[in-house]
Write a protein that binds this ligand. Structure first.
Ligand SMILES: [Zn+2]
Length: 249
């Protein structure tokens, strides 16, 4: 590690759980961020600042005035530009050490394998069920780690699933339970700081996974910022799940 990197990452390196070795692991990782809304913006800022080696950004939206209330990578001068292109410029200017790749496509069953190939962890910051399901199926089949978040109004939630563990539940195991309240509507109300908090949690879980800190539990964490309520619920594999119960063991 060069001297200037020792300075740049010194506050990480001073943490005994990270040290130089951990920072090198962070710097040599490749991850994907799907969706550059409020969650994707806040998560990717912390991932880039932390030195995550390669960020693959996937989003096919343009920057709209209504995004600026919470999507902290974008400013007024960026209106109507592609989110991935602007995000790449901002994140690269924050940290020249990292590689940022931009993909201006909507993920689908037919393109996901090619787009997410090489990304060891997938951060799902998408805003719709269809994309979430496609990402879940892909990560399950490829035995990757999926960290997924959503938010609406004052409430947000996130969960992490480690498909390297055969007993991990998948999104479809508990999707039916969440269907009524899963928070992913594009046009819904949203309290600005909420996406910063959920996105930061997602970045934190990802970085901890890269340096093997803490246990990646199959649980969902729900946060209600209006009342400052924080809840964690265990997620269990559904033996009748139409997706993961059919996976060959
Ligand atoms: Zn399942």
């Amino acid at each position: 590690m060069e001297d200037k990197d020792l300075i740049r990452y010194s506050r990480h390196i001073m943490l005994p759980e990270i040290d130089i070795e951990g920072q090198i692991s962070i710097s040599s990782s490749k991850i994907a961020v799907v969706g550059l809304g409020g969650l994707g913006c806040s998560a990717s800022v912390y991932l880039a600042a932390s030195g995550v080696g390669e960020l693959n950004l996937i989003d096919n939206d343009l920057i709209d005035l209504s995004n600026l209330q919470r999507q902290i990578l974008f400013s007024e001068a960026d209106l109507n530009k592609k989110k991935v292109d602007t995000a790449k410029i901002k994140l690269t200017s924050l940290n020249e050490n990292i590689k940022v790749n931009s993909c201006n496509l909507r993920l689908s069953k037919s393109n996901i394998r090619k787009i997410l190939e090489g990304s060891e962890i997938v951060l799902d910051c998408s805003d719709n069920f269809e994309t979430r399901k496609v990402i879940n199926a892909y990560c399950l089949n490829e035995k990757k780690i999926l960290i997924s978040g959503s938010s609406q109004g004052w409430k947000g939630q996130f969960f992490a699933l480690d498909f390297r563990n055969e007993n991990s539940p998948c999104y479809e195991c508990f999707f039916e339970d969440l269907k009524g309240e899963d928070l992913s509507c594009r046009e819904s109300s949203i309290f600005s700081p909420l996406v910063g908090i959920i996105g930061s949690f997602m970045a934190s879980e990802l970085i901890k996974k890269l340096i093997s800190i803490g246990e990646l539990k199959s649980e969902i964490i729900e946060i209600d910022l209006k009342q400052n309520i924080f809840r964690r619920l265990n997620l269990r594999k559904n033996e009748n799940c139409l997706l993961c119960s059919k996976v060959k063991k």
